[in-house]
Every structure is written in structure tokens, then in C-alpha cells.
Design a protein around this ligand. Sequence first.
Ligand code: HEM
Length: 205
Amino acid sequence: MSIKKLHYGAGIFISVFIVLHLCNHAVSVFGAAAHLTFMDNLRVVYRNVVIESLLLLAVLVQVISGLRLFWQQRKTANSFYEKLQRWSGFYLAIFFVIHLSAVLGGRYWLGLDTNFYFGVAGLNNYPFYLFFVPYYGLAILSFFAHIASIHHQKMQKKVFGVTVAQQSNIILVLGVVGTVVILYGLTNGFGGVRIPQEYEVLIGK
Ligand code: HEM
């Protein structure tokens, strides 16, 4: 199987999780309790040995194959969307490694429930949010940018008179809106979330 097909297959599997995961984060606009309940329900699907192992394996495949494609296409990616696909993928590879190390480290090393409060501790405390806002924001934007680039490459048809380039641009705009909505929710409408004591270790307290 070619490296591209492997990357595409693993990408589709991971994307199903990411869409659900980002919906979970968007639900935080209704409050922390809504986010916690949504995650509890989602965990029934992915927090088991089979699905979680497949997910982690798919991410590993995605990161390795993605970095190889990033390097291979350094001279051939010329158009805006080709470059966007390369760079958004590069950021996602770095993000995956840090994010999953943090989640697994939080769970097995710190013994924390990696729930809403684990995700948002850094986002709601100075100076940590100077890192976490661009770190999470760029991850969500990169996900949408990667999808927009693939759409641009694979889609052939106008839809209701909307050209392929316009369709991809719409996906990018949705990414910006999604990023703002999620960051708004995860910071309690930019007002800040009080972090329970057991998570204060994450912000050096
Ligand atoms: C908006 C900012 C984000 C926050 C606050 C966040 C937070 C979290 C948390 C708390 C977990 C642990 C879930 C659990 O224990 O059930 C998690 C897992 C995960 N996140 Fe995120 N996440 C964010 C964005 C993303 C993005 C953009 C991606 C992918 C592009 C992503 C991919 C993953 C993956 C693959 C897992 C591992 C699931 C598992 O095996 O348990 N996350 N995230």
C-alpha cells in the first residue's frame, strides 16, 4: 500500500474521532457540566482497549506518514492549497505528539481524570494561556485547513453554483468560527474557568 493511501485511510478514521472531539469541546458553550456529560457519553465509544489502541495506532501512522509526505512534497507543493495542506499537516503532527503525550502523561503519571478541567487548566490561567490559546487555536484551524486542502484537491464539481475554490474557502471560514466558538466555551465566555484543586498541579500551584 502506498504511503499516501495509508495516510488517507488512517486520516479518515482519526477524523471521525476529531469531529466528535471538537463537537464535545463546542458543547462547553453550555457550561462545564454539559462538556463533562458529553465526554462521559463519548468515552463509552472510544475509551476501551480496542478503539483507543486503534486510535493511537492510527495517529502514530498518521504522524510518521505525514512527516514523510511533508518532506517528499517540499518542492512540488506550489499552489496555496498545496502549501496549506503541507503546513497544516506539519503542525497537526507536532500537536498530536504533544497533545497525546500530555493526555497519557496526565492519566498514567499524574493519575488525573483527563476531562474538561484537564483540557482547560492552561487556557484559563496567566501566563499559560499565552501558549495554550495559539496552541489549541492553531490545532483546530489546522484540522479545518487540512480538510479544506483535501477538498480542493479531490472535489470536481460546483455545488449550487459555488466553485470548488469557494467551497474550500467556506471550510476555512467554518474553521475560524469553530475555533472562536470552542475557545469561547472552554474559557467560560472568555471570563475564565475556576480550576479544581487537583488540577492545579498543571499550572504550577
Ligand atoms: C480545543 C482544544 C482541545 C482540548 C482542550 C483537548 C482536550 C483533550 C482531552 C481532555 C483529552 C482526553 C480525553 C479523555 O480522557 O477522554 C483529549 C484527547 C485527545 N485529543 Fe484533544 N483537545 C483539544 C483539541 C484537539 C484537536 C484539535 C485534536 C486533533 C486535531 C485532538 C485530538 C485528540 C486525540 C487524538 C485524543 C486522544 C483520545 C484518546 O485516546 O483517549 N484534540 N483532548
